[in-house]
Design a protein around this ligand. Structure first.
Ligand code: RP5
Length: 163
């Protein structure tokens, strides 16, 4: 069960996706946004998928971050059963380096959107930030923390190339 303290659900197809998906959780932690992570596999636990997707909105979640690799059907299937925004993270696969994951997630038919991020760690980190930006539209304090984050990030980028 989500609460106003945990507006973001982070789901993934396998425990093996967590080292990547943790990057989303880390960004949410930095911004003071609550999250709940769980393993929901489109193929290995299909009934858990239906239960999660049909119950996510009623449980109080506002945004779903869904990561999966290979035949990555999880984000699209969740999106098909909820009106919550679903952010899809293509986890880097061993065989095809995540191109399979990306194409499985990004090519959704019109009518059922998944906001697809980059392959791997950058995508997971950006999913956390994007979830915070969505929530920030209705949360001025969070929007302020996002502005501070961007300003600090800009300040951290040196213009010179010397060591
Ligand atoms: C997908 O298969 C998961 O999302 C994961 O990225 C991939 C491999 O899973 P494991 O075999 O490591 O459990 O369903």
């Amino acid at each position: 069960m989500a609460t106003s303290e945990t507006p973001v659900a982070i789901i993934m197809g396998s425990r093996s996706d967590w080292p990547t998906m943790k990057l989303a959780a880390d960004r949410l932690d930095q911004l003071g946004v609550g999250w709940k992570a769980s393993v929901v596999s489109a193929h290995r636990t299909p009934h858990r998928l239906v239960q999660f997707a049909t119950g996510a909105k009623g449980a109080g979640f506002k945004v779903v971050i869904a990561g999966a690799g290979g035949a990555a059907h999880l984000p699209g299937m969740v999106a098909s059963m909820t009106e919550l925004p679903v952010l899809g993270v293509p986890v880097q696969s061993k065989a095809l380096k995540g191109l399979d994951s990306l194409l499985s997630i990004v090519q959704m038919p019109a009518g059922v959107p998944v906001a697809t991020l980059a392959i791997g760690e950058a995508g997971a980190a950006n999913a956390g930030l994007l979830a915070a930006q969505i929530l920030g539209l209705a949360d001025p304090a969070l929007a302020g923390r996002l502005e501070d984050f961007r300003a600090a990030q800009t300040d951290s980028i040196a213009e010179t190339v010397e060591d």
